[in-house]
Structure formats: C-alpha cells, structure tokens
Design a protein around this ligand. Structure first.
Ligand SMILES: NC(=O)c1ccc[n+]([C@@H]2O[C@H](COP(=O)([O-])OP(=O)(O)OC[C@H]3O[C@@H](n4cnc5c(N)ncnc54)[C@H](OP(=O)(O)O)[C@@H]3O)[C@@H](O)[C@H]2O)c1
Length: 287
C-alpha cells in the first residue's frame, strides 16, 4: 500500500490521480487532516486515514500496513523540519520500504530571505538520508502553476509587472511533478536516489511574457519593477506581512538566480520530455 500525505492539496492530489492509473484504488491511502475535503478520493475507492504531522499517534495508525510513503512537504513554516522528522521517525518504526520526499530545487539557500524554510527542506533530506529508511528525494522546481499568483489573474490585460529582473527559471507543471512522484513509487530502482525535477529549459519573465503573447494573441509586456514598490503594492492589497515576505522572498530568489538549475532527471522519470512552458501556460491559464 502507498500512503500519500497532502492528499487534499495540489501536489498530493496530482500524485494520487497518477497512482490511480497505475495501481488499484484500494492500494492507495490518502493521509488527510480534514475528511470533508476527501470526498472525491473516497468515491474513487482510495482509503482515507485522518491525521496530522504534529500527531505522532495518528501517523502510526496511518502507516499500518503501508509499504511506501509519499511525503509532500508541509506548509507549516517554522515547523517544517519537526513535522517531516515525525513522519520519517514513524516510517522507520513501521519498516517502510520507501519514503519519497518532495523538497525544492534551489541553490544558495543560505543567502535567501526564505533561508529558514529552504534550509528545513535540506535538513529533512539529510535526516532522511541518515535515517536508514530507503528514500527517494525529489527536488521540485518552481511550478508553472504559480505563475497566476505571481503575475496576477488579469495578466493578459495588465502585462507582467514583477521585480524578477532577468532571473531564469525552469518552470514545470505540478501535474507532471505528481506523475514523476507516482512513477518512483511504483517502479523499482529509485531507492536512495536524489532527483532534481526541472523543466527542460530556463525562462526569464521576459520570455514568459513573450510566450503568453503567443498563446493569447495579446501583447503581454514585462516590466521588471522596483522591489520596494512591489512590496508596497502588495501591502495596499491587504496581504498580511508574512504573505508578502513569502511572495517577495520567492521573487527575489528567482531574480537572484536561486532557481537557475537545469537537470534531465524529470525527463528520465517521466519517460518523455516534460511539457514545454508554452504548453504549460495554455493549461494553467486555460487558453
Ligand atoms: N515548487 C513550487 O513552486 C511550490 C509552489 C508552491 C508550494 N510548494 C510547496 O510544495 C508543497 C506542495 O505544494 P502544494 O501546492 O501541493 O501545496 P498545498 O496544496 O498547500 O498542499 C499542502 C498539503 O499539506 C497538508 N498539510 C499541511 N500541514 C499539515 C499537517 N500539519 N499535517 C498533515 N498535512 C498537512 C495540507 O493539508 P490540507 O489540505 O488539510 O490543508 C495540504 O494537503 C508545499 O510544501 C508547498 O509549500 C512548492
């Protein structure tokens, strides 16, 4: 049996959708905090187990009879490492055959304003590698799916106004990241390996805007705005300070090249080239 955490979130759900094409629904266990959000999974025959990364007893119960685990990284900033450690420790006690962890494909994390969160991913990787639990680490790049959040839902009218400079990012679709995760869970030979999942090409936001123009037939421009002015704009939207710090942290990391990493691991795990950014944009913006 394969347990997927974050099953009511985006990546966990994407992985389950792919697993459903490869194994029986009864072999999939969705670890969820809120049963009310798991109705469609239950309808498909997926087992639902309720719990929380903070509640070790719930993790122990959830892992009963489970062979493999997909640990989708938590969103509880400040508690990431402790929560991931709870899952790894419980997996060790349960003699889990493979724990797949989704981390992040970023470099120079020590100089990021998001250092605490990014370092928690690498701390988790190190703890997992030393845990004796057979592992697979997937370092995921920035999702194409985040572009509407950064660029704004009305981007085709407003253009992209973002302090991202000429930073280059190998965007990849979250759906395909879920597919790669499902593949490493059902195939053999991925134990004790670390894969860096990036799109096949790097794109600056100027190139993102050009592709958006091509797919929409509209003239989508890109202005690399002033970081301070951008922060003030987010404040004027009523976004809480923590949210602003997170958004601007990601944008700064993109501008300063922390996501400028290319690898062909994603293609290897998918068994084909990942979709191009142009195709990804068409899917994400439904155009
Ligand atoms: N690479 C990128 O571009 C990128 C972009 C966005 C996010 N991420 C990170 O990648 C991960 C997955 O992304 P996503 O889009 O799938 O995020 P998401 O939709 O927010 O999913 C996160 C999942 O974690 C679950 N969760 C949070 N705290 C938990 C806890 N204490 N116990 C049990 N489950 C808990 C959530 O449960 P509920 O459903 O109950 O809330 C949710 O299902 C997240 O860590 C996210 O921060 C990466």
């Amino acid at each position: 049996m394969i347990l997927v955490t974050g099953a009511t979130g985006n990546l966990g759900r994407a992985a389950i959708d792919q697993l459903l094409t490869k194994v029986e629904p009864s072999e999939i266990v969705a670890f969820v905090r809120d049963e009310g959000k798991a109705g469609s999974l239950k309808e498909k025959g997926v087992q639902i187990r309720i719990g929380d990364f903070d509640d070790i007893r719930s993790l122990e119960q959830a892992l009963e009879g489970v062979d493999r685990v997909l640990l989708v990284s938590s969103t509880a900033h400040g508690k990431l490492f402790q929560q991931h450690k709870n899952v790894i420790d419980t997996a060790k006690k349960a003699n889990i055959k493979q724990l797949v962890y989704t981390g992040t494909a970023v470099k120079d994390e020590a100089n990021s304003t998001l250092k605490a969160m990014l370092e928690a991913h690498f701390q988790t990787e190190e703890y997992l590698r030393n845990s004796s639990v057979p592992y697979t680490i997937l370092r995921n790049t920035m999702y194409t799916d985040t572009l509407p959040l950064f660029a704004g839902e009305k981007v085709f009218d407003t253009g992209i106004i973002l302090p991202a400079g000429d930073g280059q990012i190998p965007f990849a679709l979250r759906r395909e990241m879920g597919e790669a995760a499902a593949n490493v869970l059902v195939q053999t030979g991925h134990e004790n390996r670390t894969y860096v999942l990036t799109g096949s090409e790097l794109y600056s936001f100027k190139e993102v805007a050009q592709l958006m123009s091509e797919v929409s037939g509209k003239n989508v421009t890109y202005i690399s705005s002033d970081p301070k002015a951008h922060e003030e704009m987010l404040l004027s939207f009523g976004i809480p300070e923590f949210g602003i710090a997170t958004i601007t942290g990601f944008i700064t990391d993109m501008r300063e090249g922390r996501y400028t990493i290319l690898s062909d691991d994603f293609e290897v795990l998918l068994g084909r080239k990942p979709l191009s950014l142009k195709e990804g944009l068409q899917e994400v913006f439904a155009i």
